[in-house]
Design a binder for this molecule. Structure first.
Ligand code: GLY
Length: 564
């Protein structure tokens, strides 16, 4: 790791900002080939912020922290300082690390807080406004990463985000569209309306200023973690959350801690997989999927398309049933991690697969479950010092709870909805709740976020992740399977249409062209049900192969890959 620099020339950084803002492409760059370093994120300006930090000699952690703060400004649907997430990194010295900055339930939360007097789940309360908000972890997580593994100062890495908020930036088509689509929700909150609702609709090229957010970021720049979790900003957060139905106390914020956790490690073919441990289900589930697919491939290396998809779907059902039964916050429940990710267990599980679809209700008798939404964002960073960083963070739904804390510019998450609001009883989506993921004060809600790094000979080979709620795990798994097992090139591995099964509901969701009519009929003959047609994931990946670095931003989204 490089030494910390005391350099804090804001004028220089301002010039840098205008250089970055002045080079926006009319179309984001989906594929970029480079030789030294790469950033791939869901938004072009944020990608450019990361690239500039790397070009100034920062390492991948510095760049990842800068991108995290920048996305909070330029990609407010999911980029955030009012939410939480996970960071996985492989460092140039060979260490693998992970940082958990998932939100926690506030101290006054309780198990049945989203049920009405008749015991019915009132989902609006866990999705919109103050009661939906979990204690945000992003600021603590990014600063922990920077202090422990970065080489630059907070002043340097946060300044681009401050500039983007203070001086504004031109809205992309997709940002304008997302703002307009959520207008009716923003209108419910005065503080959110001030920023996101105007007389006419937003359009591409409108300059979007966030002066309050700039002040909050300035506060963090000056005071570090205390600039968000204590003092004026914290008071404003608590006040606004509670004025809008919440149950926050100042001590919820002062007590928040980001946590370093041991990564989940697996082996797949000749590669090593490192990914996120609980409270994300991502790492464990991903390794389980890959373990079983490896065994299936070993038995039959020439699986045809029907056998491949049939096996994959059956594996996914088994894995999501385990997820529901066993996974939650490791500080509150015991998780049999070693057993779940062992090759022995994969053998036992994969032996349950026959050539007919097993109905989901027969896969697990002790059904437990979760509910998740799909708006999240992922970014991947590689530097020239051998550091690779994979970050997935989120507000949960698009724009989270839709509530901006008055005077702070901070959009607050609705992550509380990732808990099982009513354990044991199916919710409106046909999902049943899990004891492991029930609400308790200070507990972290179960996640599916799967920031992952694949290593080859202990060097970064593939950095990958995606948003997509419960589909995150299946999307990351398919990109890895496409590349490593099916030997597709990286563009195809990311762009190729995907499928998804999460055990319940018992159906295969598909993307257009993911499976042909003929294959679909054959799967149905085997007992599978074809479910919804929908978009699955927005992958941001970097491949390092044959001396080349290839950044790929999913064609499904408006993300941007850039390197040098
Ligand atoms: N909020 C989506 C997830 O954490 O999985």
């Amino acid at each position: 790791m490089r030494q910390k620099s005391s350099y804090s020339n804001k004028i220089f950084l301002l010039v840098l900002f205008f250089l970055i803002a002045g080079t926006i492409h009319s179309q984001p760059q989906k594929v970029c080939v480079a030789s030294k370093a790469m950033v791939v994120s869901a938004e072009e300006l944020a990608t450019k912020v990361g690239v500039q930090i790397l070009k100034k000699g920062g390492n991948a952690i510095d760049a990842a922290v800068a991108v995290g703060f920048a996305l909070a400004v330029t990609y407010p649907t999911a980029g955030n300082i009012g939410g939480g997430g996970f960071l996985v990194a492989h460092l140039g010295d060979g260490r693998n690390i992970s940082i958990d900055f998932r939100e926690t339930a506030p101290k006054k939360s309780f198990r049945n807080m989203y049920l009405d007097s008749s015991g019915n789940f009132v989902q609006e309360k866990s999705l919109l406004g103050g009661l939906a908000v979990g204690v945000p972890g992003t600021v603590a997580g990014l600063i922990l990463a920077l202090e422990k593994y970065g080489s630059m100062s907070l002043t340097q890495v946060i300044q681009p985000a401050i500039n983007l908020a203070e001086y504004g930036f031109p809205l992309s088509v997709s940002n304008a569209k997302m703002f307009n689509e959520n207008r009716k929700y923003f209108q419910k909150f005065e503080s959110s309306s001030k920023l996101f609702v105007k007389e006419n609709e937003f359009k591409e090229g409108d300059i979007f200023y966030q002066k309050d957010l700039a002040k909050t970021l300035n506060n963090i720049q000056e005071l570090g973690i205390k600039g968000f979790y204590e003092g004026e900003v914290a008071q404003k957060l608590v006040k606004c959350i509670n004025q809008n139905g919440g149950i926050f106390q100042l001590e919820d914020l002062t007590a928040y801690k980001a946590i370093e956790r041991d990564i989940i490690k697996g082996n797949f073919l000749d590669y090593e997989i490192i990914s996120m441990p609980p409270p994300s289900s991502g790492g464990i589930a991903l390794v389980q999927i890959l373990n079983m697919m490896e065994l299936i491939h070993e038995k039959n290396p020439n699986l045809d398309e029907l056998e491949y998809y049939h096996s994959l779907i059956e594996v996914l059902k088994l894995v999501y049933a385990e997820r529901a039964a066993h996974l939650g916050d490791p500080d509150f429940i015991d998780i049999p991690t070693e057993k779940l990710i062992s090759k022995m267990y994969a053998k036992y599980q994969s032996n349950r697969i026959t050539n007919q679809a097993t109905p989901s209700k027969e896969i697990q008798s002790k059904l437990k479950d979760f509910f998740e939404s799909e708006e999240t964002t992922h970014y991947s960073v590689l530097d020239e010092f051998g550091n690779a960083v994979s970050v997935t963070y989120t507000l949960n739904s698009g724009f989270g709870s839709k509530l901006i804390a008055e005077g702070t510019g901070v959009l607050l998450n609705n992550e509380m909805d990732d808990f099982s609001a009513k354990p044991g009883v199916p919710n409106q989506f046909g999902l049943v709740g899990s004891e492991a993921n029930s609400i308790e004060p200070h507990k972290r809600m179960l996640s599916s976020m799967t920031p992952t790094i694949v290593l080859k000979e202990n060097k970064p080979y593939l950095i990958v992740g995606t948003p997509g709620g419960s589909t995150i795990i299946t999307v990351v798994a398919q990109v890895i399977l496409n590349k490593l097992l099916l030997k597709e090139d990286i563009e195809t591995s990311v762009f190729k249409p995907r499928v998804h099964h999460q055990w319940l509901p018992d159906q295969i969701d598909i993307e257009t062209d993911s499976i042909s009519e003929e294959l679909s009929s054959k799967l149905v003959e085997r007992g599978h049900k074809i479910g919804r047609k929908r978009l699955l994931g927005l992958v941001e990946a970097i491949l390092i192969e044959d001396g080349k670095i290839i950044g790929v931003s999913d064609k499904r989204g408006s993300g941007h890959a850039e390197g040098y």
